[in-house]
Design a protein around this ligand. Structure first.
Ligand SMILES: C[S@@+](CC[C@H](N)C(=O)[O-])C[C@H]1O[C@@H](n2cnc3c(N)ncnc32)[C@H](O)[C@@H]1O
Length: 403
C-alpha cells in the first residue's frame, strides 16, 4: 500500500484535536477534510477511517508506543506507525518513521492482546461494568463494536420504494444490497458520501442504521394515529413514523433542544413529511397538556450510546460512570412523567441505543412496578447486538396501557 504524507499529516492533526483538545471525532474529521479541496473521496475516506481506527484502539496503541496522556507530535506520528505496522504494511521512508521499532510493536501487540482492556481498547471501569452487566456476552459484543459500521440507508416510502431507489443509486455510481430482515434498508456495498447524491437531496432516503430501523415499526404505527415522539432529537424515528403513517394523522416531535428540532424540520421538509409538529419541552406543562390523548408514545431515550460505539468510538474515552448513573435517572424520570400521555389500549415503546440491562430491561421493570407504570403491561421486548445481528446495539420494549 502506498501512503501519502499529507493524508497522514491530516490524520495526525485530527488526532491532536481529538486527544489533546477534547474535540468530538466526527467534528474534528469534518473540519480537517475541508482543508484541501483537491482530496478525492478515497483520500477523505483514508483520513476518516485511519483517524477513527486510531481513536478506537487508543489505549492499545498508546500502551504500545508508551505515550502519556498528552500526545506530542512525535507520539501522534508513532500511533500512525503502529496502525500501519499492525495492518501488515511497510512503513514509508519518511523522517517521522525513522528508527520505528517494528518488531517491538508486533511483540507488544501480541503480549497485550491477551488482556481484553488492551485488545479491545477500553477503560477499566467500562470493562468492569460490561462484565458485570453482560457476563460472557460482553467480550463478543465489545469486539463487534470495534468494527467499522456499514452505511445503511432507509428508503423514504413517502417518495420512493426500494427497487426504484436502488436503481437511482446505481445510476449515481453506488451499488447496494437489500436485507431480508430490514424491509426498508439498502446497505452500501462500498463506503461513500451519499449525502452528495441527487437521491438524497430529493429526500428519497435517510442514512439510518438497520437496528434503528426496527424501532418505529415496533410502535405499530398506522395512518391517522396520534403519536408522540418524546425524545425526537433531529427526527430519525419521527421521519420513519411519518412514512409508515403515510403522512396521515399527527406526530408530535418533542425534545429539550431547539437546535435539534430545527434540524428535524429541515429534514421533514426534504422528506416530504407533512404530519410532524415540533414542540419544545421547556416545562412540565408541555407533557401534561397531552395527558391521556396519544395512541402511541415513543421514548427513544437519551442513553450511554454503548450500542453505537462503532459510529462514535471516541465515546469510549468521553463516557464516565457518573454520566451513566445520571442518564439512568433521567431515563426513569422520562418514563414516569411522559407515560401519562398514553390513552387506554395505547402503546408505549421504550428504546435505547445501549446494550446495558441497567438502561434497558431494568428501567422497564422499575417503571412497571411503580405507580405510574401500574396500568401498563409489557407485551414484547427485543435486544439487538452488534455481534449477533451485525448492526448497532439497540433495545426496545413495547408496553400496552391496560387501564
Ligand atoms: C437517542 S436521542 C434521540 C434520537 C432521535 N429519536 C432520532 O431518531 O434521531 C435522545 C434524545 O433525547 C433528548 N432528551 C434528553 N433529555 C430529554 C428529556 N428530559 N425529555 C425529552 N428529550 C430529552 C436528547 O436531546 C436527544 O435528542
Amino acid at each position: 500500500m502506498r501512503f501519502h504524507h499529507n493524508l497522514l499529516q491530516a490524520t495526525v492533526d485530527a488526532l491532536h484535536q481529538i486527544f489533546n483538545e477534547g474535540k468530538y471525532a466526527d467534528q474534528a474529521i469534518q473540519r480537517i477534510l475541508k482543508r484541501d479541496t483537491r482530496w478525492g473521496s478515497r483520500d477523505r475516506g483514508f483520513i476518516a477511517e485511519t483517524t477513527y481506527d486510531i481513536v478506537r484502539y487508543k489505549r492499545l496503541y498508546t500502551e504500545i508506543v508508551g505515550a502519556g496522556t498528552v500526545y506530542n507530535s512525535r507520539d501522534l506520528w508513532r500511533l500512525t506507525a503502529v496502525w500501519i505496522v499492525l495492518r501488515g504494511h511497510a512503513l514509508p521512508a519518511w523522517e517521522e518513521y525513522y528508527n520505528t521499532p517494528v518488531r517491538r510493536i508486533k511483540g507488544k501487540f501480541d503480549e497485550l492482546s491477551s488482556q481484553l482492556v488492551y485488545k479491545e481498547s477500553i477503560p477499566d471501569w467500562l470493562n468492569e461494568l460490561g462484565q458485570k452487566e453482560l457476563g460472557d456476552l460482553w467480550a463478543k459484543e465489545i469486539a463487534a463494536l470495534n468494527n467499522q459500521a456499514p452505511v445503511v440507508l432507509r428508503v423514504n416510502t413517502l417518495k420512493s420504494d426500494l427497487k426504484t431507489l436502488k436503481e437511482k443509486l446505481i445510476a449515481e455510481g453506488h451499488s447496494t444490497t437489500t436485507h431480508d430482515d430490514f424491509p426498508d434498508a439498502l446497505i452500501l456495498n462500498e463506503r461513500a458520501n451519499v449525502f452528495k447524491t441527487d437521491a438524497f437531496s430529493d429526500g428519497l432516503f435517510e442514512v439510518q442504521d438497520a437496528g434503528s430501523q426496527k424501532i418505529a415499526p415496533y410502535l405499530n404505527p398506522e395512518p391517522g394515529m396520534r403519536v408522540l415522539d418524546s425524545c425526537a432529537g433531529a427526527g430519525g424515528k419521527s421521519l420513519h413514523l411519518a412514512a409508515m403513517m403515510e403522512n396521515k394523522g399527527q406526530i408530535i416531535a418533542m425534545d429539550i433542544y431547539p437546535s435539534k428540532l430545527k434540524e428535524l424540520k429541515r429534514r421533514a421538509k426534504r422528506a416530504g413529511a407533512h404530519n410532524i409538529e415540533t414542540r419544545l419541552i421547556d416545562s412540565t406543562k408541555a407533557i401534561k397538556k397531552l395527558a391521556g390523548k396519544m395512541d402511541a408514545l415513543l421514548i427513544d431515550a437519551p442513553c450511554s450510546g454503548l450500542g453505537v460505539l462503532r459510529r462514535n468510538p471516541d465515546a469510549k474515552w468521553k463516557l464516565t460512570p457518573e454520566f451513566i448513573e445520571e442518564i439512568k435517572t433521567t431515563q426513569q424520570e422520562i418514563l414516569q412523567s411522559y407515560s401519562r400521555v398514553v390513552k387506554k389500549d395505547g402503546t408505549l415503546v421504550y428504546a435505547t441505543c445501549s446494550i446495558l440491562p441497567s438502561e434497558n430491561e431494568k428501567q422497564v421493570e422499575q417503571f412497571l412496578s411503580s405507580e405510574a407504570g401500574a396500568g401498563f403491561e409489557l407485551q414484547e421486548s427485543q435486544n439487538m447486538y452488534a455481534h449477533r445481528e451485525g448492526f448497532d446495539g439497540f433495545y426496545m420494549a413495547r408496553l400496552i396501557k391496560k387501564d
